[in-house]
Write a protein that binds this ligand. Structure first.
Ligand SMILES: NC(=O)c1ccc[n+]([C@@H]2O[C@H](COP(=O)([O-])OP(=O)(O)OC[C@H]3O[C@@H](n4cnc5c(N)ncnc54)[C@H](OP(=O)(O)O)[C@@H]3O)[C@@H](O)[C@H]2O)c1
Length: 335
C-alpha cells in the first residue's frame, strides 16, 4: 500500500512511499481509508515541533474515515463494508482520562491515517453518521470531538454567549455546536471573508483582530458582562484577553497553543481570582464522547465545512494549514 510518512522533520521532507498491506490480528479490523483531514497538530508533528523525539518513520494524521475491508478473529463490532472513523486516542474508550488512556494517539504515539489501509483494534473506530460522505466524516475525530467537549465544559443556558477564536477546524465546529445549544456566538478572525463565511453558519457578531487587536473590549461591549464560555485556541498570546473578556464565574475551555510558547504576554493572575474563572483543559475526548457527538450530529444532520484535495497534494495542503488560509477543515481524498 501507499503511505505518506515522516522520515525526517519538515513539510518538504514528507515522504510518499510503500509499506506492506496490513493484516488484522485478533480483535482488529483493517480499514481502507477513503479520506483524511489535517489538524494543526499534524503540521506540528510533521515539523518536529509537537514531539522532537518522535520515533521515525511515523505515518501522520489522527483523522480518517473509510470502510472495513477485513476483520480479525473474535471481532464482534464490525463487518466488511461498515463505514467507520478512527478515534483519536485508541485507548481512551470511556470515562475520565488517565495516563494510560491518553497514550496511543493516532499519528503520534502510533502510526496514523495517512495511508491506503490501517489496522486498528475494533474499539479504535466508531460508525460514521449515515448522512456524511467519507470526506465529511474524516473531519470528526480530533477537531469535532474537541469542540464538542469544549462546549460541554460550561453549563450553558440558552442565550449564553460563546466566543470562538479564528475560523479553523476546532473553532468552526465550536460555532456549529454552540448554535445547536442555543448560544449566542461571537467570533474573532484575521479575515473579513472568513467572518462572512462564519455569519452564514450562524455567527452573531464578528471582529477582525488584525484591525482591532483589543478584542477583549469589543467582547465586553457586545455582552455587557463578558462571555460565558471562551473556546481558547490561541494559548499564551490570547489567554490574557480571554480572561479580560470573561464573565464573572465564566469558563475558558483551553484547547490550543496557536500563538506558541513565547508570545511575551503576561497572564493577569488577579483576573482568574476576581472573576472566579474556571479554566478547563481539553484534550480531544473519548470514544464515548465521539459516539455521543455523532448522535447529536445525526439528529441535526449537521454538515462539516472544509475543502477537499487529492492526496498527492499532502505537502501543498500542509502549507495551506501553515499559512492559515483555510476555513474549517482541510480534507484529502485517499485514492
Ligand atoms: N487540546 C486538544 O485536544 C486540541 C485538539 C485540536 C486542536 N488543538 C489545538 O487547537 C488549536 C487550533 O487547532 P485547529 O486544528 O483548529 O487549527 P487550524 O484549523 O489550523 O485553525 C487555526 C486558525 O486559528 C486562527 N488563528 C491563528 N492565530 C490566531 C490568533 N493569534 N488569535 C486568534 N485566532 C488565531 C486562524 O483563523 P483566522 O484566519 O480566522 O483568524 C487560523 O486559521 C491548535 O493549537 C491545536 O494544536 C488542541
Amino acid at each position: 500500500m501507499h503511505v505518506w510518512q515522516i522520515s525526517s522533520f519538515g513539510v518538504d521532507s514528507l515522504e510518499f512511499t510503500e509499506r506492506p498491506d496490513p493484516e488484522p490480528g485478533p480483535g482488529q479490523v483493517v480499514v481502507r481509508v477513503h479520506a483524511i483531514s489535517w489538524n494543526f497538530r499534524d503540521l506540528m508533528m510533521v515539523k518536529g515541533l509537537y514531539n522532537p523525539k518522535l520515533r521515525l518513520p511515523r505515518i501522520p494524521c489522527s483523522d480518517g474515515a473509510g470502510e472495513v475491508v477485513a476483520v480479525g478473529p473474535g471481532v464482534t463490532l464490525w463487518r466488511r463494508g461498515d463505514r467507520v472513523a478512527g478515534i483519536f486516542m485508541q485507548n481512551w474508550l470511556d470515562g475520565p482520562p488517565t495516563p494510560e488512556k491518553v497514550r496511543g494517539a493516532l499519528g503520534g504515539d502510533i502510526d496514523g491515517m495517512l495511508a491506503e489501509y490501517v489496522v486498528l483494534n475494533e474499539t479504535g473506530v466508531v460508525a460514521v453518521p449515515d448522512h456524511m460522505s467519507y470526506q465529511e466524516a474524516a473531519t470528526l475525530p480530533c477537531a469535532a470531538v474537541t469542540a464538542w467537549n469544549a462546549l460541554a465544559a460550561a453549563d450553558l443556558k440558552p442565550g449564553a454567549t460563546v466566543l470562538i477564536q479564528g475560523t479553523g477546524g476546532v473553532s468552526v465546529f465550536a460555532l456549529q455546536f454552540a448554535r445547536l445549544r442555543g448560544a449566542k456566538v461571537l467570533g474573532i478572525s484575521g479575515s473579513h471573508d472568513k467572518l462572512h463565511r462564519a455569519y452564514e453558519l450562524g455567527l452573531d457578531a464578528g471582529l477582525n483582530y488584525n484591525e482591532v487587536p483589543e478584542w477583549d473590549r469589543w467582547v465586553m461591549d457586545q455582552t455587557g458582562e463578558g462571555a460565558d464560555l471562551i473556546i481558547e485556541v490561541g494559548g499564551v498570546g490570547t489567554l490574557p484577553r480571554s480572561l479580560r473578556s470573561l464573565r464573572m464565574g465564566g469558563t475558558i475551555a483551553q484547547v490550543g497553543v496557536l500563538t506558541g510558547a513565547n508570545s511575551g504576554e503576561q497572564i493577569p493572575m488577579p483576573a482568574i481570582l476576581h472573576k472566579q474563572a474556571r479554566i478547563r483543559g481539553i484534550y480531544v475526548g473519548s470514544r464515548q464522547d465521539f459516539l455521543d457527538m455523532n448522535r447529536a450530529i445525526t439528529l441535526t444532520q449537521l454538515r462539516p465545512v472544509g475543502e477537499d484535495f487529492p492526496w498527492s497534494q499532502a505537502r501543498q495542503v500542509l502549507s495551506r494549514l501553515e499559512e492559515a488560509s483555510h476555513f474549517g477543515k482541510l480534507v484529502m481524498t485517499v485514492a
